[in-house]
Each structure stands twice: as structure tokens, then as C-alpha cells.
Design a protein around this ligand. Structure first.
Ligand code: PBG
Length: 331
């Protein structure tokens, strides 16, 4: 039985009918706002490659966290921009370091009214800009600098403990070192932080879409992260990464970036026993902003359409720089 009995357009006639049958809904509770806090900033500093996004001062960060609560967002993910960096990223596990200070201030301000999340990675804190510590490796008379997986795990454990002490509810493991979830889980459990939640950036690709973020955190990286982040050509290894992270104790897993990797998101969502998040990254945001500024696309329409697509593909939670704007629009 087909046309003329079957008329799919019947369900598209009015906004009310379309709303009634919509399969995917955006809800502020599923959105997480990533924010930057800069050591020494006395007022917010604009980020030119991310119009509308700023590096916060401690004071403006706490105000932003209160807006997150008022808007009913699911959470706030905090990235620190330290004034000084060194080879091992000492600022990352220093209780007086910018990120740990910010976590404590925000947690104190919001309590349990939203979910306070900490980026757990060394790249903002190292002078070379890599996500881990670097060591020399000599093979066949040739010496190379490599990101040392197992030495990095010790740094992540110390960083995770400092973030737990500062009051983070969730630690976002974004460094793509093998074994990072299990290692940090064990360190937390040993120290009495069994309640701290781990969000594993399980499937994180080496992506050009992180470009504007590098400005946001004043990254010092030369080169790239292709020896630890995933090759955009691959899907199967995302399923392997997710399985390993879940086995190591990940409470949530993430796919990142989001829109260019909807197939990966769908595949992960089909098999993951834990909630699946996605990160609409800085370059995805910047693309929308740049085209909207030219008048080539309608910002809000493309924003909502992109986020709806990410949800439709299987994301339960979405990190997006648009989180407050979306909550505002959804009213
Ligand atoms: C690493 C990290 C990055 C992003 C989040 N965490 C950068 C990278 O891996 O190079 C990118 C987020 C974005 O582009 O919005 N700590």
C-alpha cells in the first residue's frame, strides 16, 4: 500500500504535529559547557578564533558556573590556562594550580546543583604542549623524543587526585594514553575517592578541528598528536578503545570531534554499556560562527540542527560551547 493512502507529509503539516512526532529532543540537562580559566586574568579575555567564547578570570568563571546552574545545564567542564609551564606539567597537580583552584571555587559556588568536571590532561601545563611527559628513545643509534605512555600515567594519577581533592565530580580523561582509565581509577580508589566519576575520551581523533582550542589554551605544541590520538581513517579501533576503557572502569565514554564522526558515534552508541557523550569541538563551533558572521548561514538554525544530529546519532550528553545559548533558545 502506497500513495495515495500513504502521505508522509500529513505528519509535517504544523509545528505542533511535527513536535508531537519528533524522535530527538535537545534538553539543557544533556548539555555540558566547556570553559577556560586563565591564571592572572582580572577580566574575561576574548578568544579571536572562537567568537563569543572567552578565557575567564576566577571571578567571571564563578559567575558563568552560576549561569550554568540557572540554565539547568548538565555540567561544566573546566580547562585551566596556567601562566607558567614546565616539562612535566607541575601546575596540573599543584593544589594552588589554576585548574585546581578553579575547581575548588566553582564546586564551592555550585555544590551539587550541576556536575563539575575537570579536564584531566597535561597539554595545558607542559612547556612542549604534549598531553604527556616526553622522553628520549634511542634505537639503532638514532634518538627520538617520544611521549612516554607509562611515565605519563603517574602524572595523570597525581593530577586526578588533586582534582578529586579540589572537589570535581567528574574527571575527563582526554590524553589518549593507554591504560589511563584503569590507572587513575586505582589511584582514586586507593585514596578513598571511589565516588569520583570517570569520563573517558575513549574515541578521540587527531583532528584539525581542535585548531581554535589551541588558541584558547595558548598551546605551545609544535608538531601533532598522531602517535596517541586516533587516525581519522579508522572506526574499528574506536570500538576497541571504548571496550578497553569500559573494562578499566570508565563510567561514561566520549567520541570527539562530533559532527565529522557521527558514524563512529552511532557505532559506539550501539555497543556501549555506559552513557555515550560527544564533544562538538572548537573547530565545529568556529565554522558555524564564521559562516554566520558572513551571513551565509543562520547561526541558531545550524547550531540546533548540528546538535540534534549529534543526539540523533546516539549521544546522551553533548559538550558544546553553545550550551548556554541553546538553553536560552529552548527557553
Ligand atoms: C586536550 C584537549 C584538546 C581538546 C580538548 N581537550 C585538544 C587536543 O587534543 O589537541 C580540544 C577541544 C576543542 O577543540 O574544543 N586536553
Amino acid at each position: 500500500m502506497g500513495y495515495p493512502v500513504q502521505r508522509p507529509r500529513r505528519l509535517r503539516q504544523t509545528p505542533a504535529l511535527r513536535r508531537l512526532v519528533a524522535q530527538t529532543r535537545l534538553d539543557p540537562a544533556g548539555l555540558i559547557l566547556p570553559v577556560f580559566v586563565r591564571e592572572g586574568a582580572s577580566e574575561p579575555i576574548p578568544i579571536s578564533s572562537m567568537p563569543g567564547v572567552r578565557q575567564h578570570s576566577m571571578v567571571s568563571l564563578v559567575q558563568e558556573a552560576r549561569r550554568v546552574v540557572a540554565a539547568g545545564l548538565g555540567g561544566i567542564m573546566i580547562f585551566g590556562v596556567p601562566a607558567r609551564r614546565d616539562a612535566v606539567g607541575s601546575g596540573a597537580d599543584d593544589p594552588d594550580g589554576i585548574l585546581n583552584q578553579a575547581l575548588a571555587r566553582v564546586r564551592d559556588a555550585v555544590g551539587d546543583e550541576t556536575v563539575v568536571m575537570a579536564d584531566l590532561c597535561l597539554d595545558e601545563f607542559t612547556d612542549h604542549g604534549h598531553c604527556g611527559v616526553v622522553s628520549e628513545r634511542t634505537r639503532g643509534g638514532r634518538t627520538d623524543l617520544v611521549v612516554d605512555n607509562d611515565a605519563t600515567l603517574e602524572r595523570y594519577a597525581a593530577m586526578g587526585l588533586a582534582q578529586a581533592r579540589a572537589g570535581a565530580h567528574v574527571l575527563g580523561l582526554s590524553g589518549m594514553m593507554d591504560g589511563q582509565v584503569g590507572h587513575v581509577r586505582a589511584a582514586l580508589d586507593d585514596a578513598g575517592y571511589a565516588d569520583v566519576v570517570l569520563l573517558a575520551y575513549a574515541a578521540k581523533y587527531a583532528s584539525g578541528f581542535y585548531g581554535p582550542f589551541r588558541e584558547a589554551v595558548e598551546s605551545t605544541l609544535t608538531g601533532d598528536r598522531t602517535t596517541y590520538q586516533q587516525d581519522p581513517a579508522n572506526l574499528t579501533e574506536s570500538l576497541r578503545e571504548v571496550a578497553l576503557d569500559v573494562a578499566e572502569g570508565a563510567d561514561l565514554v566520549m567520541v570527539k570531534p562530533a559532527l565529522p564522526y557521527l558514524d563512529v558515534l552511532r557505532a559506539v552508541a550501539e555497543v556501549s554499556p555506559v552513557p555515550v557523550s560527544a564533544y562538538q569541538v572548537s573547530g565545529e563551533y568556529a565554522q558555524i560562527e564564521a559562516a554566520a558572521a558572513q551571513g551565509w548561514i543562520d547561526r541558531d538554525r545550524v547550531m540546533l540542527e548540528s546538535l540534534t544530529s549529534i543526539r540523533r546519532a546516539g549521544a546522551g550528553q553533548i559538550l558544546t560551547y553553545y550550551a548556554l545559548r541553546v538553553a536560552d533558545l529552548l527557553g
